[in-house]
Design a protein around this ligand. Structure first.
Ligand SMILES: Cc1cc2nc3c(=O)[nH]c(=O)nc-3n(C[C@H](O)[C@H](O)[C@H](O)COP(=O)(O)OP(=O)(O)OC[C@H]3O[C@@H](n4cnc5c(N)ncnc54)[C@H](O)[C@@H]3O)c2cc1C
Length: 364
């Protein structure tokens, strides 16, 4: 196979929210960047997700997970605004707040929020969100944001183009060429693409790409299904979470209900069982969510990782290969922070937070 001359300083594999955010941060650092995408830009997990910008019950996660999430959230409003301005596409990054319904540990959640300067207040749930089935106590987190993730992906794509990043679609990486402890080129059906450094951001498909280079990171697909309803605009003004069920109202009256957590391999098809399960759970929260209001149903594959801890940094053996992956349930939330961390490691700059917890360690 003919090897082309280096096309770029960095070749990023995968154009989901993590790949695009990473490409833009590398570009900001002055690098020439090419992105290779197996299908179309931003059509996998990053499109399928809900865009709730906060971990569900964050006080139940290890500090390493929430530290990255909170760092990323501190960047999010300015980051989203930057790409909205660069692209002319508004991703609707809105502070719509989050109402948490029982069961939850009130003392633990209030202490966690207080220690991190996050506003949280016990409220009566129906006073905060009229129309809910239950009128019990709730915890109101007014600063929690959402983003309309399909639009965010469009904004990132346009911004990348304007920044001079070349995005090559419908071109899966099928293998690698290596020389000693370096990757020389990514192999595709149309030829080999050489670059100075490589970053794999292939979401749920990342492990297969690495396994061709020896060890694979512990990233596995976890299917999540989602329902989309259409109500009148303003019918629900805040996001609502009860255990593993959440409602995310968009500004125009569309409302997302999620989600399921299923180990079904790489099968991305939504199921009837998933649809009825979600419909029942959504209706139990907000009775107006009837089947007549349902307008769409889909599934996506999350890049599942042990403990929801992403892997960000260099390959343990190949010196010019990096990974930014395994963000599991919070890849949209963690995108700006993870991209900044990866870019600082790959460009040899100071890290914005301690990279150690996210480093890929080979199993002994
Ligand atoms: C139902 C659901 C709800 C969710 N809700 C939320 C939420 O509310 N908030 C939140 O923060 N997160 C949420 N998530 C999680 C979030 O969507 C993911 O963590 C995030 O999208 C992962 O981004 P990614 O770029 O790593 O993966 P992806 O978006 O899957 O992108 C990976 C890309 O790599 C490409 N690729 C794969 N193999 C190759 C190859 N060989 N060559 C080239 N390209 C390749 C794929 O085609 C794909 O485009 C949700 C996910 C799901 C499924």
């Amino acid at each position: 196979m003919a090897m082309k001359q280096p096309v770029a300083d960095f070749l990023v594999v995968g154009a989901g929210v993590i790949g695009l955010a990473t490409a833009l941060e590398l570009r900001r650092g002055g690098a020439r960047v090419v992105v290779l995408e197996a299908g179309r830009v931003g059509r996998k997990a990053s499109w399928a997700g809900g865009g709730l910008l906060f971990p569900l019950l964050p006080w139940d996660y290890p500090d390493t997970v929430t530290r990255l999430a909170l760092y990323s959230l501190s960047l999010f409003p300015g980051w989203a605004e930057e790409w909205a301005a660069a692209s002319g596409i508004d991703p609707e990054c809105l502070e719509s707040g989050l109402l948490l319904l029982p069961p939850y540990d009130e003392a633990k959640s209030l202490a966690w929020c207080r220690d991190r300067g996050i506003a949280a207040e016990p409220v009566s749930s129906r006073a905060r969100a009229p129309g809910l089935a239950d009128d019990g106590p709730g915890l109101w987190l007014p600063q929690v944001r959402q983003v309309r993730n399909p639009r965010l992906l469009q904004a990132l794509r346009q911004s990348a183009r304007h920044a001079g990043i070349e995005i090559i679609e419908q071109t899966p990486v099928t293998g690698w060429q290596t020389h000693g402890n370096r990757v020389a080129a990514a192999l595709t059906a149309t030829g080999a693409l050489a670059a100075g450094k490589f970053v794999i951001c292939a979401g749920a498909w990342s492990a297969a790409l690495f396994s061709r280079l020896g060890a694979a990171p512990p990233i596995t697909p976890v299917r999540g299904q989602m329902l989309l309803f259409k109500l009148e605009a303003g019918a629900l003004s805040t996001m609502v979470v009860r255990e593993q069920t959440y409602l995310i109202p968009r500004a125009d009256g569309h409302l997302l209900a999620g989600s399921t957590l299923e180990h079904a391999g790489f099968d991305e098809a939504p199921t009837l069982a998933g649809r009825w399960d979600l419909l029942e759970r959504a209706q139990a929260l907000l009775p107006v969510l009837t089947e007549e209001r349902l307008v769409n149903h889909w599934a996506g594959l999350r890049p599942g990782s042990p403990g929801n801890l992403p892997i960000i940094g260099p390959h343990p053996a190949l010196s010019n290969l990096f990974i930014n992956g395994g963000h599991f349930r919070y890849g949209v939330t963690m995108a700006p922070g993870s991209a900044r961390l990866l870019a600082s490691l790959a460009l040899g700059q100071n890290c914005p937070l301690d990279p150690e917890p996210y480093r890929w360690r080979m199993a002994p």
